[in-house]
Design a protein around this ligand. Structure first.
Ligand code: GDP
Ligand code: IMO
Ligand code: MG
Length: 428
C-alpha cells in the first residue's frame, strides 16, 4: 500500500492543501511533518473554504486519521482555534486527530523573539511570518524546548518553564531593552491548553507504524517548499525546518525505506513571499497580471506574493534533491489568458551560462534568467478534466516543463476546487 510524501517544490504556496485534500479521499492517514502556523494551506471543497495552518488538510474526510508530527512547531492556541472552527462546521476531530508528544510548542516568548530579531536585523530582515517558528526551532536544537508531551505533566512543566523564561527575560531586558514576561502567566496558559489538547496528544510514530503494517494508505503532508529548506534553500532567507522529503522521515519517525512515492507540488509559474533571491521575479505589469489573476496574496500574512515565470533550473534542483517521482502542476489556469509564456531554462551568472542552481546566496542573487518563450493558449482551462482535452499550447507547455525538470507530471490542477484536477497517472 503506498506511502506518499508531498513536498512543495518551490518557495511554498504551491497548492499543497488543494492536492492533499484531493488525494485524501482515498487515504486512511494524513500526517503533517514540518513547520507550524507559518504555513497556510487552502482547501476548497463542498464543505466550504478553509485556510489550515496546523491541522492536516485530510481532516475533511471523516474516516481519515490526521497526525501533527514531531517535526512541527505547534502553536497550541492556534491549534485550539482550528479545532473549534472545525467543530463549528460539524467536522469531528475527536479520536482522529493526534498531536505528537514530541512536537515542540510555540510559546509566547517565541512570538516576541521572532519580532525582536526581525527588528534587530533592520533593513536586512528575512521577512518571516512572525509566528515564532525560528525561535521555537532554536530552542528545540538548544534542548530547552517545551514539547506537547510536557502539557501532560503539569508539575514538571512548571519546573521546565521556569529556567527557560528566566533566560528569555534576560534576553528581553538586557539585550533588547524589552519588557519581561511572567512565568506564572505562561504556566496558567499552558494549563488551559493542556485541558483542551491532552486528549489529542500521544506517541504518533508507533501509530504510523501500525497503520503501515495494516496496509493503510498514508499521505505525508509537507509545508513550505524545498527552496525554503534550512540546509538546501536560499539560506539565510529560509524557514527553520526541513520541508523536504527527508524532513518527512525525521518529522514523523518513518524510515526512508518505507516511502513509495514523492509527489512534488509546483505552480505553473513562480511565487515567493518574504525576502531572498528569486531569479525569475517580474517587477512589471506581467508579474502584476499574474498576481491579480492568481490572487497571489499570502494565506497566512496577506502579503502580496512576488511573482515570476517558471524557473526550471530551481525546479530540476528540487526534483533531484528530493528524489521527486511525480509532479502535481498547479494553477495552470492562472496562465490561461497570457498571449506568451516564458520559462527560465538557465541562468546568466557574471556572463557565463549555468544550468545548475547555485549554492551560494551571492551567486543566486546575481543570476539573471535565460528565458524561452512559448505560445499561450488563451482559452479557459477550468473545466478541463482530461489531459487530451487541454488546448495544444497548454499540453506543449506541460510537456516542456516535464522535460526541463526531468520528472513526469502526474496531476494538473486547473482551479482551486477539489474537482478541478486532471489526474494523468494515479498517485494512490
Ligand atoms: P499551499 O500553502 O501550498 O497549500 O498553498 P496556498 O493555499 O497557500 O496557496 C495556493 C492558492 O492557490 C490557494 O488560494 C488555493 O485555493 C489556490 N489554488 C490551488 N490550486 C489552484 C489551481 O489549480 N488554480 C487556481 N486558480 N488556484 C489554485
Ligand atoms: P506554506 O506551507 C510561503 C517563508 C516566509 C519567510 C521565510 C521564513 O503555506 O507553503 P518563517 O516564519 O518560517 O520563519 O519565515 O519562509 N514561509 C513561507 N512562504 N509559504 C509558506 O508555507 C511559508 N512558510 C514560511 O515568508 O520568507
Ligand atoms: Mg500557503
Amino acid at each position: 500500500m503506498p506511502l506518499v510524501t508531498i513536498v512543495g517544490g518551490q518557495w511554498g504556496d504551491e497548492g499543497k492543501g488543494k492536492i492533499v485534500d484531493m488525494l485524501a479521499q482515498k487515504a486512511d492517514v494524513v500526517a503533517r511533518f514540518a513547520g507550524g502556523a507559518n504555513a497556510g494551506h487552502t482547501v476548497i471543497n463542498p464543505l466550504g473554504t478553509f485556510k489550515m495552518h496546523l491541522i492536516p488538510s485530510g481532516i475533511f474526510y471523516p474516516n481519515v486519521v490526521c497526525v501533527m508530527g514531531n517535526g512541527m512547531a505547534i502553536d497550541p492556541k492556534k491549534t485550539i482555534e482550528e479545532i473549534s472552527f472545525l467543530r463549528e462546521k460539524h467536522i469531528n476531530v475527536d479520536n482522529r486527530l493526534f498531536i505528537s508528544d514530541k512536537a515542540h510548542l510555540i510559546m509566547p516568548y517565541h512570538f516576541i523573539l521572532d519580532k525582536l530579531e526581525e527588528e534587530r536585523r533592520g533593513g536586512d530582515l528575512i521577512g518571516t511570518t512572525c509566528k515564532g517558528i525560528g525561535p521555537a526551532y532554536v530552542d528545540k536544537v538548544a534542548r530547552r524546548g517545551i514539547r506537547a508531551g510536557d502539557l501532560l505533566n503539569r508539575r514538571n512543566l512548571l519546573s521546565k518553564l521556569r529556567p527557560v523564561v528566566d533566560y528569555k527575560n534576560e534576553l528581553f531586558t538586557k539585550l533588547y531593552d524589552a519588557a519581561s514576561i511572567s512565568v506564572d502567566e505562561i504556566y496558567e496558559q499552558c494549563c488551559h491548553y493542556s485541558e483542551i489538547l491532552a486528549p489529542f496528544i500521544k506517541e504518533t510514530s508507533s501509530l504510523l507504524q501500525e497503520a503501515q503494517e495494516r496496509g493503510a494508505l498514508i499521505i505525508l503532508e509537507g509545508a513550505q517548499g524545498t527552496l525554503l529548506d534550512i540546509d538546501f534553500g536560499t539560506y539565510p532567507y529560509v524557514t527553520s525546518s526541513s520541508p523536504t522529503a527527508w524532513g518527512a522521515c525525521s518529522g514523523l519517525g518513518i524510515s526512508p525505506m518505507k516511502i513509495d512515492r514523492i509527489l512534488g507540488i509546483f505552480k505553473a509559474y513562480t511565487t515567493r513571499v518574504g525576502k531572498g533571491p528569486m531569479p525569475t521575479e517580474l517587477n512589471d505589469e506581467v508579474g502584476e497580471a499574474i498576481r491579480e489573476k492568481g490572487h497571489e496574496y499570502g494565506t497566512t500574512t496577506g502579503r502580496p506574493r512576488r511573482c515570476g515565470w517558471f524557473d526550471s533550473v530551481a525546479g530540476r534542483f528540487s526534483v533531484h534533491l528530493n528524489g521527486i517521482t511525480d509532479v502535481a502542476f498547479t494553477r495552470l489556469d492562472v496562465l490561461d489568458l497570457m498571449p506568451h509564456i516564458k520559462i527560465c531554462t538557465g541562468y546568466n551568472l557574471d556572463g557565463k551560462v549555468i544550468n545548475q542552481f547555485p549554492c551560494d546566496i551571492n551567486e543566486q542573487e546575481r543570476c539573471t534568467p535565460i528565458l524561452e518563450e512559448m505560445d499561450g493558449w488563451q482559452t479557459c482551462t477550468n473545466d478541463v478534466r482530461h489531459f487530451d482535452n487541454l488546448p495544444p499550447a497548454a499540453k506543449a507547455y506541460v510537456k516542456r516543463i516535464e522535460e526541463l525538470i526531468d520528472c513526469p507530471i502526474s496531476v494538473i490542477s486547473v482551479g482551486a476546487k477539489r474537482e478541478q484536477s486532471i489526474e494523468i497517472r494515479p498517485i494512490l
